[in-house]
Design a protein around this ligand. Structure first.
Ligand code: NAP
Length: 211
């Protein structure tokens, strides 16, 4: 199994790289500054590139069985490039016939299976007002992924991210239907994303996730 990982320098992305190597996958880790990826392995290729460089994206994606994205807004300059960047990834995937795409999102991106409550509307409104660019990018790129022809899974973070160790104890479901805890460890988030690589359980679905 060969996977390409975007956002590989991020805290979730680094977990994805490390756990992918642990599963015996061949990994292409794509980042603006790959020297910040500390993992080392003969199965790991670090690829430098920006999300607007189609040629670099081609080199990273060609021959992969699955693409994983831990890209996400950081509340600073560059966030507004994410949507176009993900559009480029999807386009290069289509060009090379790479179908499976597992991407990080958040519950700011609503799902048809969610049942909206006053609390979830209030929370979404607060995020929208507090971090408008991040909110807009997450909603836009999640829709872009849903509208694509690839075999997508959107893993929507429903809680505050932590750096607690891997527990493999996660709750996946839909707002208003299932109950969620207040936190989600990045290790468990990465683990759940990797569980989807060889599974169709959440194909073209967008489960919300917490510990
Ligand atoms: N903290 C929380 O409790 C919480 C809750 C809900 C949702 N979230 C969201 O969850 C996401 C993942 O969390 P995290 O802690 O793993 O994030 P993180 O450590 O901030 O990592 C974000 C990754 O996205 C990349 N990235 C962002 N903008 C980019 C751009 N324009 N071009 C290329 N790469 C770009 C970063 O690359 P560089 O390293 O090159 O900058 C980095 O690899 C974040 O977007 C965050 O907003 C967080």
């Amino acid at each position: 199994m060969k996977v390409a990982i975007f956002g590989a320098t991020g805290r979730t992305g680094r977990e994805l790289v490390c756990q992918s190597l642990g599963r015996g996958y061949d990994v292409v880790a794509y980042a603006r500054d790959p020297s910040r990826i500390s993992s080392e392995s003969p199965c790991l290729t670090k690829k430098a590139g920006k999300l607007d460089s189609r040629q670099s994206l081609r080199i990273a994606i060609e021959g992969c069985d699955c693409v994983l994205s831990a890209l996400g807004p950081m509340g600073k300059q560059g966030d507004e490039e994410l949507c176009d960047g993900i559009a480029n990834i999807l386009s290069v995937m289509e060009e090379y016939g790479v179908v499976r795409f597992i991407a990080l999102s958040t519950t700011s991106a609503q799902d048809i299976s969610d049942i909206e409550s006053f609390r979830t509307k209030l929370r979404r409104g607060m995020i929208r007002r507090g971090r408008p660019t991040s909110y807009e990018q997450i909603v836009r790129y999640s829709q872009l992924i849903r509208d694509s022809s690839c075999g997508w899974t959107l893993v929507r973070i429903a809680s505050i991210l932590t750096d607690k160790p891997l527990s493999k104890q996660v709750r996946a479901g839909y707002l208003g239907r299932d109950s969620f805890r207040n936190t989600l460890s990045r290790a468990d988030l990465a683990w759940f994303m990797l569980e989807q690589v060889e599974s169709n359980e959440y194909l073209r679905k967008a489960p919300a996730l917490s510990n």
